[in-house]
Design a protein around this ligand. Structure first.
Ligand code: MTE
Ligand code: LUZ
Ligand code: MOS
Length: 769
């Protein structure tokens, strides 16, 4: 059964759906109730006395100096002396039932001498609380360019974080082996990261730690690094008790204990000629990295790379700094810092369009990237599809007429206003850390002709299995039903990169093709010998063996049987290393990306001026997908990514109070888009199917996972367009998400100010200047 069918029927099994091993225990993590302080003591008496509790583990159970972290090892698995964020794990309660573990954890009392909490990245920066040095990309001569500009706009942008809200919360199960080994079943995007961290924790060689991932019930980046902690805690519990231990975070714990998308606060300055050509851009990003390094420097790097989005910017200076605050460590989230960089650029264009008195789309269209333009990091843009997707989206939405309709509606109506925005996207494909751009695969052809493909890729709902299955079947010339894609295991594949950066199908698909090519080469030899032809002329098509243009009477199964009897190996290990990429952070120059993905969205909204609410009327997307291996998978990624981006811009309003407590750690306060929020009128056009296949991805497909999220940014500017129609000439803050509350307060700022003045006057206070 396909992955999709299993999900639809509710049959897909996750980490904790496998029958529990005999005597399995359950772990409950106790997290810090405060965001920052000195840990004076933990009163574990209540927990130890709770019926069913088998063990309570604290930092004392950890090897000295043991730290976690994908880039800098700066995180304690259980805090020993200082607490840096609310929810930071302090103790693990292990009990024979989940409820007993939870009860035990609730009775722990932490004595913490609270210290001052910082939640704002600019404040952290002002106090020197930074993680690593500020980074800077520079190209052209920005300082000289300002004098040539006719219009210069400046401003500040604030972008909120985002909760991953994967349906399956973080979880792991650790089962001790009979020989001191440890088997961990984890919901992780990075089995190798889990393997390394568990091995270091238990003092084992990597080969004695087996990490298996049946599938992931949504990751979105939240399990690229941060699944490791729970797997390590389960392994710690298992090693200490000698029994299997499972940890499943409750939704509330997951919401408070895990890191989210990085909030940013940024300053921009954009200069243009009077006819709208961009001459210069200066940006400074303050990234809210949270309490530990995690993936923040890598996220920051991608922000730098995407700060000019899909535009030609001849002179640019882009700076970014990771600021340390007392939020949970911010982490990977679909787009990985790219969306924040692009959002600031789009905000700058909005202000510029308003200053020039032209629709924003005119400036966007005028400055779209072209082949041969250089990105600020030095890479020259090739295979650019910014214009092609723009034109198709504009055609599909009938842009000129739509703009006129919007204007006519807005002139005639007072209570509702329409707003329109275009959103081009240009997203670089590859891990920016070059060494991660590798993969391997193990392919077995069994005696009956059925095939099992293993790679280091993790299925998380993005359709990896469907893609790999289609790629393998196509390469072998057989029906997809004959191909099974195995769950991920470090036993089958060693040293895998995380499933991330949208590159999983690219990298693992190529690795699988390499293995398949080896097996096919051997099979060709077998067929050529028996059917007297040249090996090069042997092919398998539709499950049949052909010699040249002659169809033999051999089936695929017959060929496989012959090969087996001839003692020819039917298994192969393949690998792939992405060629010709590399980035030198010391010079801030290089070619980090194998290629870029392009697309353009058109977003139309209707704003209720009295209520501040709005609905999305229409979305048109033109996405350059090349030749998708499974088109419906790409469509699913585009629609899902769009909705996740719309939610981030519209309603996912993550709030931490001044004490660093997450005030939106439940689904009654943290809202995500539902099916009613998605416009019925949504049309996605896939472009590139008629072009010569690009050699950068299997069969001319293209990476698709992350880029569509950024179409959602268009919503912000469509609503802003409607706001400007409601209050011509007014300025509105550049703060996302643009919730209906913010819209309403923005629309009625003057009334608010005067009402406030009246109140103050009545209270006897002097009116504010
Ligand atoms: N789609 C689903 N359904 N679930 C997910 O967790 N993760 C996204 C994207 N699409 C995700 C998803 C993210 S963050 C990435 S990097 C890619 O899928 C990862 O998969 P890929 O490399 O195969 O595109
Ligand atoms: N992870 C990573 C990523 O380690 N490097 C990247 O460049 C990246 N890009 C997107 C998502 N995850
Ligand atoms: Mo995606 S943020 O690369 O997991």
């Amino acid at each position: 059964m396909s992955e999709a069918e299993l999900h639809v029927r509710g049959l897909a099994r996750f980490v904790d759906d496998e029958a529990p091993p005999e005597g399995m225990l359950h772990g409950q993590v106790f997290g810090s109730p405060v965001a920052r302080g000195l840990l004076r003591g933990l009163d574990l008496g209540g927990a130890l006395g709770t019926p069913g509790v088998v063990a309570v583990l604290t930092a004392a159970a950890l090897p000295p100096g043991y730290r976690l972290g994908p880039i800098v090892e700066d995180e304690e698995l259980l805090a020993a002396e200082t607490v840096e964020y609310a929810g930071q794990p302090l103790a693990l309660v292990v009990a024979d039932r989940r409820a007993a573990a939870a009860r035990g954890a609730r009775s722990i009392v932490a004595e913490i001498a609270e210290l001052e909490v910082i939640v704002d990245p600019r404040e952290a920066h002002a106090r020197g609380l930074v993680l690593g040095a500020e980074r800077m990309l520079e190209h052209g001569d920005v300082d000289a360019a300002w004098s040539r500009c006719d219009v210069v706009v400046e401003g500040r942008v604030d972008i909120g974080g985002q909760e991953h809200l994967y349906l399956e919360t973080q979880r792991a199960r650790a089962v001790p082996g009979d020989d001191g080994s440890m088997r961990v079943s984890s919901s992780t995007q990075s089995p190798y990261a889990v393997q390394r961290a568990v091995a270091a924790l238990l003092g084992l060689p990597y080969h004695a730690v087996v990490v298996e991932v049946p599938r992931v019930g949504g990751g979105f980046g939240g399990k690229e690094d941060q699944a490791t902690h729970w797997a390590c805690l389960a392994a710690l519990g298992a090693a200490r008790t000698g029994r299997a231990v499972e940890i499943v975070l409750s939704r509330a714990d997951d919401l408070t204990m895990t890191g989210k998308r990085h909030p940013y606060s940024s300053d921009f300055k954009l200069g243009l000629t009077k006819d709208g050509a961009i001459l210069a851009l200066e940006v400074r990003h303050f990234q809210n990295a949270g309490a530990f390094v995690d993936l923040s420097p890598a996220v920051l790097e991608r922000t730098l790379f995407h700060s000019t989005n899909a535009y030609r910017v001849p002179n640019a200076r882009i700076r970014a700094v990771a600021c340390r605050t007392n939020l949970p460590p911010s982490t990977a989230f679909r787009g990985f810092g790219g969306p924040q960089g692009m959002f600031v650029m789009e905000c700058a264009l909005a202000r510029a369009a308003e200053a020039l008195g032209v629709p924003r789309e005119e400036l966007q269209a005028r400055n779209l990237l072209r082949d041969g333009d250089a990105f600020p990091y030095g890479q020259v843009a090739r295979g650019v599809r910014a214009r092609a997707t723009w034109d198709e989206a504009a055609r599909n939405a009938d842009l000129a007429r739509l703009r006129a309709e919007v204007a006519a509606h807005n002139a005639a109506e007072r209570a509702t206003k329409l707003g329109l925005a275009m959103m081009p996207v240009c997203f670089g494909i590859s891990f920016t850390k070059t060494f991660l751009n590798q993969a391997s695969a193990l392919v077995h052809v069994y005696g009956d002709g059925s095939v099992a493909v293993s790679t280091g890729g993790v299925e998380m709902g993005q359709g990896l299995r469907a893609n790999l299955r289609a790629i393998a079947a196509r390469a072998l010339g057989i029906d997809v039903e004959l191909v099974r894609v195995e769950p991920t295991s470090t036993r089958r594949i060693a040293n895998m990169s995380p499933s991330a950066a949208s590159a999983t199908t690219d990298l693992n698909g190529f690795a699988a093709l390499d293995a398949i090519e080896q097996i096919l080469a051997r099979l060709r030899g077998v067929a050529a010998l028996a059917l007297s032809g040249a090996p090069e002329g042997v092919t398998v098509r539709d499950g049949r063996v052909w010699v040249g243009e002659a169809r033999s009477d051999w089936t695929w199964q017959a060929l496989v049987r012959r090969a087996y009897l001839a003692r020819v190996s039917l298994s192969a290990h393949g690998c792939y290393a992405r060629p010709r990429i590399g980035f030198d952070p010391a010079r801030e120059r290089g070619e980090p990306f194998a290629y870029h993905v392009y697309g353009t969205a058109v977003v139309l909204v209707r704003l209720d001026v009295l209520r501040g609410t709005y609905e999305i009327v229409r979305v048109r997307i033109a996405h350059h997908a090349g030749r998708p291996v499974v088109p419906v998978v790409d469509r699913g990624q585009i629609e899902g990514g769009l909705v996740q981006g719309l939610g981030w811009m519209a309603m996912e309003d993550l709030r931490f109070d001044a004490q660093g407590i997450c005030r939106t750690a439940s689904l009654s306060t943290y809202k995500i888009p539902d099916v009613y929020f998605v416009p019925d009128d949504l049309d996605v056009v896939l472009l590139g199917g008629d072009e010569p296949p690009s050699p950068s991805s299997p069969y001319g497909s293209k990476a698709v996972g992350e880029p569509p999220l950024m179409y959602g940014l268009g919503l912000f500017f469509a609503v802003r367009d409607a706001l400007r129609a409601a209050r011509p000439g007014a300025d509105f803050e550049l703060v996302a998400p643009l919730t209906p509350e913010r819209v309403l307060l923005g629309l009625h700022r003057d009334e608010r100010e005067s009402a406030r003045g009246d109140l103050l006057e009545r209270a006897g206070a002097p009116p504010r200047a």
